[in-house]
Design a protein around this ligand. Structure first.
Ligand code: SF4
Length: 399
């Protein structure tokens, strides 16, 4: 498969990757319909990682003759030589993903020797969603179990397979494509997010998945396709293209500000907890509104009570080589004008050298000290610290 194929994955009105949005807020789909996607470097990097992983999976897990193996080896080599996104870090992350796929495929083969693996499979869930197509990175079918596996290369936002509507739609699409040939009773959905060392799997009986499709997806898709239904804000607004100017989201957030406190002069700890929840929500919203207003102002729009000005800037040396020469010729000691050489941080070292290679080179030299206590929402996966057993005197709590 050529590189553009990954980049050109169609973005349908009711695409699987946006399902969380249009299921929870059906009219959001038509509202964003004519707003172009913003391509980001992160998205392009993810596309490149998918490209590389598909080539490696084809080479290792699909039947290919000697000529095809040579072609794939060349394609992998060419990718490594020419992709501006390729790095040892990508190599490690893709290897970790490929390892999970291999393990799952071996397990599928153990269940049944005629297990099937499909890569970059076009999945059709139009039975529930108008124009509902998606592309599954990996689909495995074996002994009545259908498994979809999805690579998430990003590391900014953790993504779990548990209750994930995108993966569920892929599962439905894969079942829809293949149920004429295989009797499937269970659908398993996995997300591998290698740069966060995360693998999560959700498994549903086929009946449960179809019930979800009929009772949740179909009605929401009908409303969304017609541009009907109610606007509803929530965590699904994160990737919405109108999140900075959406009235429903603004109204919901302004409602949160109208919280009525009880009488005593000091807030109770329960009230403090509620304020923190609202503060998090408002911070995220304020940032989105700021970004939206900035884009509008840059495009020439007038934002009431605000104006666009030149930001503060720092002085800069225009020609570093010439400046260095001038300082050298003044015969100053080097430490007066050169920075001492300094070791890169672990993240940069991993990026340049690769995670595994660095771990072996610096064996015993990397530690992970205990982190400072942080106050987080109780849904956070980390275990709770016991403030009675542990002395936090002098520690700061960040929120
Ligand atoms: S920002 Fe949220 S509430 Fe507004 S349209 Fe988008 S998804 Fe719906």
């Amino acid at each position: 498969m050529s590189q553009p194929a990954h980049a050109q994955r169609a973005h349908a009105l009711l695409g699987a990757s946006k399902a969380d949005q249009w299921i929870n807020c059906p009219p959001s789909a038509r509202l964003q319909e004519n707003i172009p996607d913003k391509r980001s470097e992160f998205a392009d990097e993810g596309t490149a990682a998918h490209e590389l992983s598909e080539l490696i999976l084809q080479r290792r897990l699909t039947p290919c003759n000697a000529a095809e193996r040579r072609r794939l080896d060349k394609a992998i080599e060419k990718f490594k030589q020419t992709s501006s996104y390729y790095s040892p870090e990508m190599d490690d992350a893709v290897a970790a993903y490929v390892e999970v796929v291999e393990e799952r495929f071996m397990a599928a083969k153990t269940r049944s020797s005629d297990a099937v693996i499909l890569l970059e499979e076009r999945l059709d869930f139009t039975e529930w969603v108008p124009d509902g197509y998606g592309t599954g990175d990996v689909v495995l079918i074996s002994d009545g179990v259908l498994e979809v596996i999805d690579l998430k290369y990003g590391k900014g936002v953790p993504v779990s397979a548990i209750g994930n509507p995108q993966l569920r739609l892929y599962g439905l699409g894969a079942w829809s494509n293949w149920n004429y040939l295989y009797s499937i009773h269970e659908v398993s959905m996995t997300i591998v997010q290698p740069r966060l060392d995360s693998v999560s799997t959700d498994t549903l009986l086929l009946g449960e998945l179809i019930e979800w499709a009929e009772t949740t997806v179909k009605p929401a898709a009908t409303l969304a396709d017609a541009g009907d239904g109610e606007y509803k804000s929530g965590s699904h607004c994160r990737w919405c293209k109108v999140k900075g100017s959406c009235r429903a989201r603004a109204e919901e957030n302004m409602k949160a500000l109208a919280y009525e406190f009880q009488d005593p002069a000091l807030l109770s700890l329960d009230e403090v907890g509620s304020v923190l929840v609202v503060a998090e929500q408002l911070k995220a919203w304020a940032k989105d509104v700021e970004e939206y207003a900035f884009e509008q102002a840059k495009a020439g729009a007038r934002i009431s009570s605000w104006k666009l000005v030149e930001g503060r800037s720092n002085r800069a040396i225009t020609d570093k080589a010439a400046a260095r020469k001038a300082l050298e010729s003044a015969e100053l000691e080097e430490d007066k004008y050169l920075k001492p050489q300094e070791l890169l941080g672990i993240t940069d070292l991993e990026k340049k050298i690769g995670k595994k290679e660095l771990a072996s080179l610096l064996e015993g030299l990397i530690i992970k000290p205990p982190g400072k206590p942080v106050l987080v929402p109780e849904t956070d996966k980390r275990p709770e610290l016991n403030s009675v057993d542990q002395d936090f005197a002098g520690e700061e709590f960040e929120v």
